[in-house]
Design a protein around this ligand. Structure first.
Ligand code: CTP
Ligand code: CA
Length: 225
């Protein structure tokens, strides 16, 4: 095929992509959140649709406009994201967890706004673990041939950390980003290495998030055959 013409190699496939970052409420006006922009997940959704897939995009707090031809489900918290991913994954060929999921949530939610009290130190915030959606989907696939992809941002020994995480999560592919100055959060570009459970290692040079998305779908399409 000519350059710029997309091959519909995901036609007839249902892919589920999560994007953005979860927010864990403390009270009606406050939450614990993270800096994920959702741009990488949206790039994955757009490129999968262009390659012919039926796409369910589960987005958490991105504020981004719906991509054309994609079913969008909006969620807020990690628990809501889990519900939506498990539901959509039941008939999916591929699940890609690009969302930044809060590892912890406040143990209690204050129904009324938390107020300062004169002369009193603040109450500590007690956190509890959130469910690990990627590990759960990977261990208990609704379809045995389903391909499951995770993302990880790492520092220090990026590749070794990525390998350990891939094994712990039990997914097929793990896209590992190195976090640093110009890299990742909110930017239009990304640089990564995609690790495969089969031992493969695919470097993706610094470039648009679309290019990384296309590489992920190339690797996924290969595993679907
Ligand atoms: N993830 C998930 N559910 C969670 C946490 C993470 O599904 N509760 C997914 C993310 O969407 C991502 C992958 O797991 O695809 C890796 O996330 P990361 O935060 O790097 O992994 P953790 O296991 O939380 O490890 P860490 O302690 O390094 O944060
Ligand atoms: Ca985490």
């Amino acid at each position: 095929l000519a350059r710029g013409v997309t091959e519909p190699d995901l036609a007839g496939r249902h892919v589920v992509v999560s994007a953005g970052g979860t927010r864990e409420p403390l009270d009606p006006v406050r939450f614990l959140g993270n800096r994920s922009s959702g741009k990488q997940g949206y790039a994955l959704a757009r490129t999968a649709a262009a390659r012919g897939a039926r796409v369910t995009l589960i987005e958490a707090n991105t504020g981004l406009p719906d991509p054309a031809g994609v079913d969008v489900v909006r969620v807020g918290t990690a628990v809501q994201l889990r519900e939506a991913v498990l539901k959509a994954a039941s008939d999916a060929d591929v699940v890609v967890m690009a969302a930044a999921v809060a590892d912890f949530r406040p143990e209690t939610y204050a129904a009324g706004k938390i107020k300062k009290k004169d002369g009193q130190e603040p109450e500590p915030i007690v956190l509890v673990r959130n469910p690990d959606i990627l590990a759960e989907i990977s261990a208990d696939r609704p379809r045995p041939e389903q391909v499951v992809v995770g993302f990880a941002a790492e520092t220090d020994d990026v590749l070794a950390n990525g390998r350990t995480k891939l094994a712990r999560k039990g997914c097929d592919l793990l896209v590992v980003n190195e976090v640093g100055e110009r890299k990742t959060f909110g930017s239009e570009e990304n640089e990564a290495v995609v690790l495969g459970a089969d031992g493969s290692e695919t470097p993706v040079p610094y470039g648009p998030k679309e290019a990384l998305a296309e590489t992920v779908w190339d690797l996924v399409a290969h595993r679907l055959r």
